[in-house]
Design a protein around this ligand. Structure first.
Ligand code: FEO
Length: 393
């Protein structure tokens, strides 16, 4: 696949990772891309690089356009290895171009690669003329790491946003409008699993970018597809996710040993739907944790169910709660249920876990011994109905 032109003189020269299926704990069933961009002007600029195993793929695409040794400047918007991983190799190949990054970016690159680089650090509002074009830098700390920044190409109205507004999707297509309807779902999963804990910071940054009033024709993130058709849609989606946009939806997330917790879960599900909610049953060994988190992004709450194993919660629930706590899904209400044989413990442990993370947990809970009988199944349905009412306030 060849380099792809975004605007005259600006090209995608990144790499496509078709085979990655796990991105540090996040399932990527359709792979991802590492986007790098080449700007040809009086000074030739490479915006970001790619994960190191893909260095030659990037170099090949750059070479279609220019001799790589003619690159004058490399902008490192973010030090994480999926974007800076090829930096040592390309520096080895082309000599000593200026490496533009934030102050924290410089610290990170020095520590990661332990080799001299011709650094120039920038901060928000700094500009750089590269000939016919002017580049402006906007620091974006915690989107996704403290060093992160955006680069804005003024004359072409392109925002190179690095991790922000990205999606994990591998495709021969480069623009969101070419993969009609798919990118927003991938962007939601990406936001929920990577950026959710940073929602207040994102909201502030989105507001700052909007107030800057910079015209944006394209948002070119470092993963996935480029937003070309009305890029304000993804900015708006980020603002809404960060404010906790939720539909009339509740999740029932559970595991089961001998089917008892599953029977209770189905009883609860019935109650939720009777109250008019979109309800989803998500078994922890049939759904990847990162897919459940994506579902949670626009849910009002979740009921978590676990059988008791050795006086505590089932191990898959422990895995899920550890992952979810780190993402701090604020604004959701959680309910708890479970089953046990001779001694309970799972519900208590789940409650302690959620309360420690300062998440809102409904005071009522449902715990059933052995298997639920008909009366207890009715109770489970009623429990679901009550939770639905609680969530509606
Ligand atoms: Fe895509 Fe924070 O790296």
């Amino acid at each position: 696949m060849e380099a792809v032109e975004l605007k005259p003189g600006i090209y995608w020269v990144g790499a496509i990772d078709w085979n990655i299926r796990d991105f540090h704990g996040y399932s990527t069933p359709v792979g991802t891309t590492y986007n790098a961009f080449l700007i040809l002007d009086e000074k030739n600029v490479l915006v970001d690089t790619v994960k190191s195993p893909f260095y030659l793929e990037m170099l090949g695409r750059i070479s279609e356009m220019i001799d790589p040794s003619r690159i004058d400047i490399i902008i490192s918007n973010h030090v994480e290895a999926d974007h800076s991983g090829s930096l040592p190799q390309i520096l080895e190949r082309i000599g000593n171009p200026t490496v533009i990054t934030s102050a924290r970016g410089q610290k990170g690159l020095e520590k990661y690669y332990q080799r001299p680089m011709n650094f120039k650090t920038v901060k928000t509002g700094d500009t750089l003329s590269i000939g016919r074009r002017t580049l402006t830098f906007i620091e974006a700390p915690m989107l996704h790491w403290p060093d992160s920044m955006f680069t804005y190409a003024k004359e072409d109205r392109i925002l190179f946003s690095n991790d922000a507004f990205g999606q994990h999707v591998a495709s021969c297509l480069r623009f969101e409008d070419e993969l009609e309807g798919e990118a927003m779902g991938h962007a939601a999963k990406y936001y929920a699993n990577i950026l959710w804990p940073l929602a207040p910071i994102i909201l502030k940054k989105v507001d700052e970018v909007v107030k800057m009033g910079i015209p944006i024709d394209m948002i070119a993130p470092s993963h996935g597809l480029i937003w070309r058709r009305d890029p304000s849609r993804i900015i708006q989606a980020y603002a809404e996710w960060s404010q906790g946009r939720a539909g009339k939806k509740i999740l029932v997330i559970y595991d089961t040993m001998w089917g008892s917790t599953e029977s209770i879960a189905k009883g609860i599900l019935k109650g939720l739907t009777q109250e008019g909610f979109e309800a989803k049953l998500l078994h922890l060994r049939s759904n990847h944790r990162s897919d459940i988190i994506e579902e949670m992004l626009e849910a009002k709450g979740a009921l978590l169910g676990s059988p008791t194993l050795n006086n505590g919660m089932f191990p898959t629930m422990g895995d899920f709660l550890t992952y979810m706590r780190g993402l701090r899904p604020k604004g959701k209400i959680f309910g708890l249920f479970g089953s046990h044989g001779w001694g309970a413990g799972a519900v208590k442990e789940m409650r302690e876990n959620l309360e420690k993370a300062k998440l809102e947990v409904w005071e009522k809970e449902l715990e059933i011994q052995y298997a639920p009988d008909q009366t207890e199944l009715k109770k489970a349905t009623e429990f679901g109905r009550e939770f639905a009412k609680k969530v509606l306030g």
